[in-house]
Design a protein around this ligand. Structure first.
Ligand code: GLN
Length: 199
């Protein structure tokens, strides 16, 4: 199975290592026609204003929303911003794939980057993972169909809607593969919650 990594701008290279580890092939996507060949797409971190500009210039919008109707997209940081429905910045045109509102650089100028250990919940599987935030967006509102996967001090920082996953942080920088696995090999994550014993 081949997964595409949008390679217009940002830290796209790091995701290839995670996909390798999961035994998934990857290609760097620079043109809309390259979406035809892949089973899932990663929109990496970077700068959402620049991504908007390049995605407009390269005619990615319709191709990506059509792709998202059929296949999963995983967005990290600026990628999450691009997947939102509403973004608080006039130079960002999001794709509207996740029913969320996002505040760019929502954690303020004073805390540009930090790493925390957070529990995430995926398909009844709970795991504590390190996550790195770099000028991260805040998810300020979520619609009904949006599943919350993780929170940082009460702020939602990881969501899933249908087959798509959006993360305010960068799992690829900490070698965290659980989100890639969940998005692209969906039945591979099983519950580790204690099951009640039969009487
Ligand atoms: N602050 C960036 C933006 O607004 C996102 C930062 C990142 O992807 N690490 O797009």
């Amino acid at each position: 199975m081949k997964i595409g990594i949008l390679a217009l701008q940002g830290d796209y290279e790091k995701h290839t290592g995670i996909l390798d580890e999961l035994g998934l092939d990857s290609i760097l996507v620079r043109y809309p026609f390259e979406l035809i060949d892949i089973e899932g797409l990663i929109i990496p971190g970077g700068e959402s204003t620049t991504l908007t500009h390049l995605m407009k210039r390269m005619n990615f919008y319709k191709a990506m929303t059509d792709f998202a109707n059929e296949k999963p997209i995983l967005g990290t940081c600026a990628g999450l911003i691009m997947m939102a429905k509403v973004v608080n910045h006039h130079l960002v045109k999001p794709l509207g794939l996740l029913d969320i509102e996002v505040d760019r650089n929502g954690y303020g100028r004073q805390i540009h980057s930090f790493t925390e250990n957070l529990p995430v919940q995926l398909n009844n599987h709970i795991e504590k993972i390190p996550v790195t935030f770099i000028r991260a967006p805040k998810i300020t509102k979520t619609g009904e169909g949006v599943e919350i996967l993780a929170e940082y001090h009460g702020e939602i920082c990881a969501v899933k809607q249908g087959k798509h996953i959006g993360l305010a942080f960068h799992p690829e920088l900490d070698g965290v593969s659980i989100f890639h696995k969940s998005a692209f090999i969906p039945n591979s994550i099983s519950s580790n919650k204690e099951k009640p014993h039969a009487a």
